[in-house]
Ligand binder design. Structure first.
Ligand code: SF4
Length: 320
């Protein structure tokens, strides 16, 4: 009999039992691919931000327990206004989302409007607060960002927030000169190109894949720059390959489950082997189980932000 990798958890039911328990009570559990294996196994759906936003919008469940970070639960609440949305840990935030405050963004948009003589179209990566979503024109994810940029007329100036690395990569691949906000994800920012080059030397023939949230020096040392959905598609279509993976470490759990025919090596961080998002790690099996029973803590987007935030999200869903 295969060993249960979660057998150390004595106070919570098995992941499959949690999933069934939630189903019986009309609760849909969504888990981002950066969550640990137990949370992925307990979820009804695992995916990236776009996949989960679509699932929530299509299903319109009675309640959603979102295993991810705060802005993701906000997105689910905006797209499913009648659902109770709750999370295992309200403190699970995001350094990238925190790097762009709505008040600063609006001030900068005003400044650019004066300077350029026209207000730039603002595209926001989905990793931002509902308040920022309400202040921009359209949202994108790493998987659809290129299509969203291409949908803006060439003569229109664009402000891209909050991730400067994703924005820089988009400028490279689309030939645009978007104005970039100075934000970054602390996990992807810490990947070390020096240790990556050593790893590549030690593993000749390995294919290095990295997320566009990685800095340019890491992207330039990689074979493919892909969002998490693109990575999954590539590894599923590959046979017997070795991949060095430059994104959050838990993504490998999903690769090993859905494409076990390959070998995966996590790309190293700058100061240690830790490439896990500290915010995602706040969500634990124990907190998930408690949240399901308490149907809380809840995430509720204020009514005044909903129309603007929903409009920018819906615009993205129309484009891709
Ligand atoms: S991995 Fe980075 S962008 Fe994603 S939630 Fe964590 S801090 Fe935010």
């Amino acid at each position: 009999m295969p060993m249960n990798p979660f057998s150390h958890l004595t106070d919570v039911p098995e992941a499959s039992e949690i999933c069934d328990w939630a189903t019986e009570r009309g609760i849909m559990i969504l888990a981002h691919s950066y969550q640990d294996g137990f949370l992925q196994e307990a979820a009804h759906f695992v995916g990236d931000s776009l996949e989960l936003a679509r699932k929530a919008a299509e299903a319109q469940p009675e309640a959603i327990c979102f295993c991810g970070v705060h802005f993701m639960a906000e997105t689910a609440n905006i797209l499913c206004p009648d659902a109770e949305v709750f999370v295992p840990d309200l403190e699970a935030g995001c350094s990238l989302a925190d790097s762009c405050k709505a008040v600063d963004l609006i001030r900068y948009q005003d400044h650019l409007e004066q300077k350029l003589g026209a207000r730039p179209t603002t595209i926001a990566y989905v990793n931002c607060s509902a308040e920022v979503k309400a202040a921009v024109d359209v949202i994108c994810t790493s998987g659809n960002a290129r299509a969203v940029v291409d949908s803006i007329p060439e003569e229109d100036p664009i402000l891209f927030v909050p991730d400067m690395h994703l924005g820089g990569w988009l400028n490279e691949v689309t030939g645009r000169e978007m104005i970039l906000w100075n934000g970054a994800c602390e996990v992807h920012e810490l990947f070390s190109v020096d240790t990556l080059l050593v790893l590549q030397e030690e593993n000749p023939g390995a294919i290095t894949i990295c997320h566009p949230e990685c800095p340019k020096r890491v992207r330039d040392a990689s074979d493919e720059v892909l969002g998490t959905a693109g990575m999954l598609k590539l590894v599923k279509a590959s046979e017997g390959k070795t991949f060095i993976v430059g994104t959050e470490g838990n993504m490998i759990y999903r690769f090993e489950k859905e494409a076990p025919q390959n070998t995966y090596i996590p790309a190293p961080g700058a100061s240690c082997a830790c490439n896990l998002c500290p915010y995602m790690q706040l969500n634990t099996p124990e907190k998930l189980w408690a949240a399901l029973q308490e149907r809380g803590p809840q995430v509720v987007v204020p009514a005044e932000l909903r129309p603007g935030a929903e409009a920018s999200l819906r615009k993205m869903l129309e484009i891709v």
